[in-house]
Ligand binder design. Structure first.
Ligand code: MRU
Length: 332
């Protein structure tokens, strides 16, 4: 079974409701840009490339309904701040709107192109990344950078899929990824659907398994890669990168080039989304902390470039120094 997070019907966007996985497989239908914006904000759809593709269809819907495309663009842009793929897809759609006089047909074609290119790009980066892995490899991943987070196939999990397709023996360890549990709910489900060897651990078990020499590589996705290679990804990624560095395990970031933001000089310029305290103090609606407790909930952190072994993109594998490599790849 091929996992797919979104479907375009020609007049609506259907999103697999990721809040309910793995218990229920339910699709949510969006007919308006406002519904798409709410779906992104509420995490019906999540993952950097998937929210970019969804926003693109949101703008196609705006044009089809005769709504102001620029207004819809600003609404969608504000849905989530960290993943640059969202702004990237919106800017590309606005450009197409300007060239076509906001033609609904042109915007629909552009959104489909963004979706198709993401899928193709993931297959390509998957093949590049697979070459970095040995014949028999155990990989640790964090969060969900899989088919569910993209137009399909995935980035970090795309590398794993490609490695499995190439005949390598791959075992995956998935961090559960507190507080939203993308690893436990989504990565574990997605890999299990396809029969890929996956073992779930809680985030605080990672150090123990590094110490035991369990991991040959770490592969994670990205929400925004700054010009110097500093990378924002799901909260907890930095901790894993420090552990990988301390144990001499290669730490790979896998992302399409739409995740690279050359206008961001380094990680300190990346906006970090703060999400609600309730996602930390409750689990499935049940309180797990005392009422009134002070809470912080940054949803992402920044891994400094010096902890990253290579960035696997759809334009090739980029090794340090990243600034030069990313700029050269942006011109290719
Ligand atoms: O808050 P989320 O679930 O949208 O965060 C997702 C991640 O951090 C992913 O690792 C990232 O977007 C890459 S998805 C290919």
């Amino acid at each position: 079974m091929q996992v797919q997070p979104l479907r375009w019907t020609g007049d609506s966007l259907e999103l697999l409701d990721q809040r309910r996985l793995p218990r229920e497989v339910i699709w949510v239908t969006c007919h308006t840009p406002r519904e798409v914006e709410a779906a992104i904000r509420d995490m019906v759809v999540r993952g950097a490339p998937a929210i970019g593709v969804s926003a693109a269809f949101g703008l196609a819907l705006a044009a089809m309904r005769g709504e102001d495309v620029k207004e819809a663009a600003e609404l969608l842009r504000a849905a989530r701040p960290t993943a640059v793929n969202l702004a990237w897809a919106i800017d590309r759609m606005l450009q197409r709107a300007a060239e076509s006089g906001s033609s609904a047909a042109a915007l629909q074609r552009e959104a489909i192109a963004i979706m198709d290119e993401d899928l193709e790009g993931n297959r390509r980066l998957g093949r590049y990344g697979a070459e970095l892995l040995g014949r028999s490899t155990t990989v640790l991943t964090h969060c969900n950078a899989g088919a569910l987070a993209t137009a399909g196939y995935g980035t970090a999990l795309g590398v794993i899929r490609a490695a499995v397709e190439s005949g390598r023996k791959i075992a995956v360890f998935a961090d559960e990824t507190r507080p939203y549990l993308q690893g436990a709910r989504l990565t574990a489900w997605e890999l299990q659907q396809e029969g890929i060897d996956v073992t779930l651990i809680t985030d605080n078990m990672a150090g123990h398994f590094f110490q035991q020499g369990k991991f040959d590589a770490v592969i994670v996705g990205a929400d925004r890669i700054a010009a110097n290679g500093d990378t924002a990804n799901k909260i907890g990624t930095y901790t894993v990168a420090v552990l990988a560095g301390a144990h001499g395990v290669p730490f790979y970031v896998a992302a399409p080039f739409s995740t690279v933001d050359l206008r961001c000089p380094d990680g300190s310029a990346i906006p970090i989304e703060e999400r609600s305290a309730a996602e930390v103090t409750q689990m499935f609606g049940m309180p797990i902390a005392p009422e009134g407790i002070a809470v912080r909930h940054p949803a992402f952190d920044v891994t400094p470039a010096r902890l990253i072994t290579a960035i696997i993109t759809d334009r090739g594998v980029i090794k340090p120094p990243f600034e030069e490599g990313l700029r050269a790849a942006s011109r290719s």
